[in-house]
Design a protein around this ligand. Structure first.
Ligand code: NAD
Length: 473
């Protein structure tokens, strides 16, 4: 199947339920390539009955999967990993088309990172303390049951892998509802699970809208845990609905992460801080939850930082290094932050608009300086390539500004190693990178405050989908 300009259109009319591909009972949904606005896929969504069948299959599969020996679960996940590696280019191409990331980003960020997460999860599984002793008690960690995974569009494979793989490792069974804007990678992942020999019902795929399929899963009495990644407002709704059945909830929500340059930062550290912060903020078209979207710098160095940031931003050329926004709606939302006043009265834009491709949801990479810490731009998640620079009169003030947020997901600190570690401990956030510390695919990932509850990835991701039982002897 091809579209009007002869580009391939992925047709997915079947859902993966109870180990079989079955015709979906819901309406068809077109998937748009945000870089070209062309149709790149058509999927059939799940009906209410499909959702019920998927949950029933997951429930039925749970008793056997939960007691399948760890080495067998690990062996299946190793096969999944091999298939992901073998088909990495297929995944990267799909993600390039459905999410718009340029090919290099689609491969590195969107495919190689989740493969590293699978590796780290298998390692964590093999040494996971499922049973420990405490006095006369055996402390058992047992898989929670059926996990409903609900994922966003910004990382169509990674967001699914960080939920589903630790849950399967723990011995839980899963029903996945991927984002409507980017469902294609999830179909390819379902084929990988099928080929790897995952038993019927252990993983099920039911694409559809959040309001219908997501809501049905959140309400369902036979779902034991909802693991949700997405926006803070939808996270609040899900927490409220899930409370009706008191099911467990993991929420990975929005962010407004700060990159803090300390007063003792060397010239070299300052230059690196600006380059890394701009790159991190613009990664994936600015559409990552941990985007370092606030750069907080000593006020006497702000002029130099503005110059460095503008030069770094100029390298993010839309269409080559910088991808588009996901939709026309998202572009409108981002544009609403680019109006005078959004950053407060003193805010000044230090980048110039660049030429954008004729079609697609593009915006110019933008750096705005002298942003008021209480302004809308400094307080709300933009989810686009827009960096704010804020001035601080001291390191204490920088910490105060960094923590002046309803969010607490990521962060960075630059300066003397010792001082930077002390400042990292003062940031109210789930992750902090000191002097450019690299992403660790085994480290716990999650937020403080309204960035969410629970932790994903590695050992902590497995623990997050386990109940704890004390057995006394
Ligand atoms: P979203 O909240 O609109 O949707 C996320 C998922 O929830 C989608 O699958 C959607 O269909 C579903 N959904 C929507 N309404 C629902 C409802 N009432 N009940 C059940 N499910 C429902 O988020 P998005 O726009 O897809 O993603 C962007 C947001 O995700 C940003 O705020 C970003 O910060 C956040 N995010 C967070 C993390 C993290 O790990 N903390 C990672 C990536 C993205």
């Amino acid at each position: 199947m091809t579209n009007a300009t002869n580009q391939p259109v992925q047709r997915e009319s079947e859902l993966y339920i109870d180990g079989r591909w079955v015709p979906g009972g819901g309406a068809d949904l077109e998937v748009e390539n945000p870089a070209t606005e062309e149709v790149t896929g058509v999927i059939t969504q799940a009906s209410t009955e499909d959702v019920a069948n998927a949950v029933a299959a997951a429930r039925k599969a749970f008793p056997a999967w939960s007691v399948t020996p760890v080495r067998e679960r690990a062996a299946i996940l190793r096969r999944v990993r091999e298939i992901l590696a073998d088909r990495a280019e297929v995944f990267a191409d799909l993600i390039n088309r459905e999410q718009g990331s340029p090919p290099r980003v689609a491969r590195g960020l969107h495919v190689d990172t989740p493969i590293a997460v699978v590796d780290a999860t298998i390692e964590a599984l093999e040494r996971f303390p499922f049973v420990t002793e405490l006095g006369n008690s055996l402390i058992r960690r047992e898989p929670v049951g059926v996990v409903a995974a609900i994922t966003p569009w910004n990382l169509p494979l990674h967001q699914v892998v960080v939920k589903v793989v630790p849950a399967l490792a723990a011995g839980a069974t899963v029903v996945l509802k991927p984002a409507g804007l980017t469902p294609l990678a999830a179909f390819e992942l379902a084929r990988a699970f099928d080929s790897a020999g995952l038993p019927a019902g252990v993983f099920n795929l039911v694409p559809g809208s959040g309001r219908v399929v997501g809501d049905l899963l959140t309400r369902h009495r036979d779902v034991d845990q909802v693991s949700f990644t997405g926006s803070t407002p939808v996270g609040r709704t899900i927490a409220g609905v899930a409370a009706q059945t008191l099911k467990r909830v993991t929420l990975e929500l929005g962010g407004k992460s700060a990159s803090v340059v300390l007063t003792d930062a060397t010239e070299e550290q300052l230059v690196r801080a600006v380059k890394v912060t701009v790159g991190n903020c613009f990664l994936n078209g600015g559409q990552t939850c941990t985007a370092l979207s606030r750069l907080i710098v000593p006020e006497d160095r702000i002029a130099q930082v503005e110059e460095l940031a503008a030069a770094a931003a100029a390298k993010y050329v839309p269409g080559s290094r910088l991808g588009p926004l996901i939709s026309a709606e998202q572009r409108k939302e981002v544009a609403s932050f680019l109006v005078p006043g959004a950053g407060g009265p003193a805010a000044v834009t230090v980048t110039s608009p660049v030429e954008l491709p004729g079609r697609g949801h593009w915006v110019s990479p933008t750096v705005i300086s002298r942003v008021d810490p209480d302004s809308r731009l400094a307080q709300e998640e933009v989810f686009g390539p827009v960096l704010s620079i804020l001035a601080a009169g001291s390191d204490d003030e920088a910490v105060m500004i960094a923590n002046n947020s309803i969010y607490g997901l990521g962060g960075a600190v630059w300066g003397d190693d010792e001082t930077a570690l002390t400042v990292a401990a003062r940031l109210r956030t789930g992750q902090v990178d000191v002097n450019g510390g690299a992403f660790n695919p085994a480290a716990p990932f999650g937020g403080y405050k309204q960035s969410g509850t629970g932790r994903e990835i590695g050992e902590h991701g497995i623990a997050d989908v386990c109940e704890i039982k004390a057995v006394q002897r």
